[in-house]
Design a protein around this ligand. Structure first.
Ligand code: G3P
Length: 218
């Protein structure tokens, strides 16, 4: 399972990268907007930190303009994956970019039906937003499982990237379903690593060791 960091913030990416378990980065227009720099500049900086897939999303709304913008984004760095929203114009653009040999991440996917369309565009990745599906009272991980089952049925090569992941449980559910990638905020990544019983157990180990071998008070 690949871990991507869902952030455009340089400090967050540097911190997460230090753990050595981050395989790529996903951004979106909202994450880019938070950083206040033009997408090309921010993505170029991120490319210098992470040697892995980096998703950069178009903001154009017509297929023609999405294709032009996608080609520009792809030229920033060899690791760029062009994010295209799963809307009718995006389906046209994703198919055209794939035919150009440009890798796409078809995003804002909320159903298995949409994911079939994404695979048929030749998408490199599809991003079902499982947290936002949960938010409307439907089990997001069920959509993920359906997508993976359908992709296995037809041998679709599109990778399934679980997005809108709200906590460690989503990560475990996505892993049990067989998602290829999860994209995580720094907060969720930290939640994955930290556990109160681990911290409690380590404190006790160190306390016992200090009491036995080192009289210096903690
Ligand atoms: O990668 C998609 C992600 O940024 C959206 O997450 O929590 O806003 O639904 P969220």
């Amino acid at each position: 399972m690949k871990f991507f960091l869902d952030s455009a913030n340089i400090e967050e990416i540097q911190r997460a990268s230090a753990w050595g378990i981050i395989d790529g980065v996903t951004t979106n227009p909202s994450l880019i907007a938070k950083e206040g720099a033009p997408v090309e500049d921010q993505i170029r900086r991120i490319s210098g930190i992470i040697d892995g897939d980096i998703s950069a999303e178009v903001v154009a709304t017509s297929a023609k303009e999405m294709i032009a913008e996608g080609r520009l984004l792809a030229r920033i760095h060899r690791n760029i994956i062009v994010k295209i929203p799963l809307v009718p114009e995006g389906v046209i653009a994703a198919g055209a970019l794939a035919k150009d040999g440009i890798r796409t991440n078809v995003t804002l996917c909320f159903s298995a039906a949409q994911a079939i369309v994404a695979a048929k565009t030749g998408a490199y990745v599809v991003s079902p937003f499982i947290g936002r599906v949960d938010d409307i009272g439907w089990p997001g991980v069920e959509v993920l499982s359906d997508i993976l089952a359908i992709y296995r049925n037809y041998g679709f090569k599109t990778q399934v990237l679980a997005a809108s992941v709200r906590g460690p449980l989503h990560v475990v559910q996505a892993a049990k379903a067989g998602a290829h990638i999860v994209t995580l905020t720094l907060k969720v990544l930290e939640q994955l690593i930290q556990h109160p019983l681990t911290e409690k157990g380590l404190d006790q180990f160190l306390k016992d060791h200090r009491e036995a071998f080192d009289l210096t008070p903690a």
